[in-house]
Write a protein that binds this ligand. Structure first.
Ligand code: URA
Length: 432
């Protein structure tokens, strides 16, 4: 079999059979397919797509291209959560704390941020001392003892996806439904959980820009999971504006802790409750009772204690009674002032994410150093009234930033209007 034939077959709209899929995934994993041929093939998939069966086969082959975690020695459901990537998305620590506090084990393998979207591991690692590289037995021991563990995706897990994802990132082929579905689901299947909630982001800061394609992606992933006897629910959530106020690693972790302590922005709290609720429902709880139980766990501090326990077990040193919780803080801040009076019509998530990345919160390439302390804190979002000259955001930066330039870059993410605006719904659909 030759890779050139497979590229031409896909270019002409053909469907790969099992032998071809196995050849592809083997060649991706052992590097026998060079980058230039793989790039041509991913572009062909980007334009031609994959059938349902082809996507399922490709997902399974990618899942089996590395280690498969076996969580079956633990009693009860084992939950996992995955977001397709957004700006200001700090729901993972909250969902983990809530679900574990409700007595359901959460085993989370998370990635690092790439491009304008943040990564869960970078956010956790902004906590001084936090370790995200865990040996399998340590991972399992913590899961058994505390019911919640988060680790960086080991290079052994869905090995083919690791290479393919990095290549897609630099070849303009990230936003392909079969490639995202197989990338996400291969990792979820290899990580071993049987109860999976997917947060499919939709809007300017997400890979899926419109509801129709977000639904198609959600259905594809739910379908793959079901075919493999996993319980899967996809929540489609709005990513036209950043989630919450904070964007940037320690700023987002601070916001997550604020919510666990009873404060913080309502949208993050709500989305985290919705995602956790879906896990509890899949695990057999009644919908209304699940929601009530989760709200109580959040309001009475049980979820906060579970979070503390998980962080401490992984070496993290947070101080809940001091301002900033012992997380790194930027040395410089830049106030961003409204240029006009009116209502906020738009806060472009993509622009905010890109600015935060350029400030040093994200990486342009895998392996780039990040600065945990920098980012953006919004003070006004869609629907809010603003007066000209009023502060609408604060940029947290390193020394030497051009204050006027950075301020105008963030201002460019805002659009104002002179009539009241109704904020868009947060949850756009739930597919289960
Ligand atoms: N998240 C993933 O894990 N893979 C993708 O392709 C996109 C988002």
């Amino acid at each position: 079999m030759h890779m050139t034939e497979l590229i031409m077959k896909k270019r002409d709209g053909g469907e790969h059979d099992q032998a071809e899929i196995d050849f592809l995934v083997q060649g991706i994993s052992d590097n026998s397919i060079p980058d230039y041929q793989l790039a041509a093939w991913t572009m062909a998939v980007y334009f031609r797509g994959m059938t349902k069966e082809e996507t399922r086969r490709f997902t399974m082959a990618m899942a089996q291209s590395g280690k498969m975690m076996d969580l079956s020695s633990l009693p009860g459901p084992k939950a996992d959560k995955h977001s397709t990537g957004g700006v200001g998305d700090k729901a993972t620590p909250l969902v983990m704390a809530l679900v574990a506090a409700a007595g359901i084990a959460v085993a989370k393998m998370s990635g690092r941020g790439l491009g304008h979207t943040g990564g869960t591991i970078d956010k956790f690692e902004s906590i001084p001392g936090f370790r995200s590289t865990l040996a399998t037995d340590e991972f399992m021991e913590q899961l058994r003892r505390i019911g919640a563990v988060v680790a960086g995706q080991s290079s052994d897990l869905a090995r083919a996806d690791k290479r393919l994802y990095a290549l897609r990132d630099v070849t303009g082929t990230l936003a392909s439904i079969p490639l995202i579905a197989s990338s996400v689901m291969s990792k979820k299947i290899a990580a071993g959980a049987d109860t999976i909630v997917l947060d499919v982001k939709c809007g300017s800061g997400a890979f899926m820009r419109d509801l129709e394609s977000a639904r198609e992606l959600a259905l594809s992933m739910v379908d793959i999971g079901r075919g493999l006897r996993r319980r899967v629910t996809a929540v489609i959530s709005n990513m036209d504006e950043p989630l919450g106020w904070a964007v940037g690693n320690s700023l987002e972790m601070t916001e997550a802790i604020d919510i666990l302590k009873g404060g913080g922005p309502g949208d993050v709290r709500e989305l985290s409750l919705v995602l956790a609720e879906q896990i509890l429902i899949m695990a057999g709880r009644k919908p209304q009772a699940a929601r009530k139980e989760l709200e109580a766990l959040l309001d009475n501090g049980t979820a906060l204690r579970k979070f503390e326990e998980m962080v401490a077990a992984q070496g993290g040193k947070i101080k809940l009674d001091v301002e900033g919780y012992n997380l790194p803080a930027a040395t410089h801040t830049i106030d961003v002032l409204a240029a006009e009076t009116g209502w906020v019509k738009r806060v472009d998530a993509l622009k905010v994410g890109q600015l935060s990345m350029e400030l040093g919160a994200g990486r342009q390439r895998l392996g780039d150093e990040i600065d945990a302390s920098v980012g953006v804190v919004l003070q006004r979002k869609i629907g809010d009234r603003v007066e000209s000259g009023e502060r609408i955001a604060v940029i947290h930066a390193r020394r030497g930033e051009d204050r006027t330039l950075r301020s105008s870059e963030l201002l460019a993410a805002f659009e104002f209007t002179d009539y009241p605006v109704v904020p868009p719904p947060l949850v756009l659909d739930i597919i289960s």
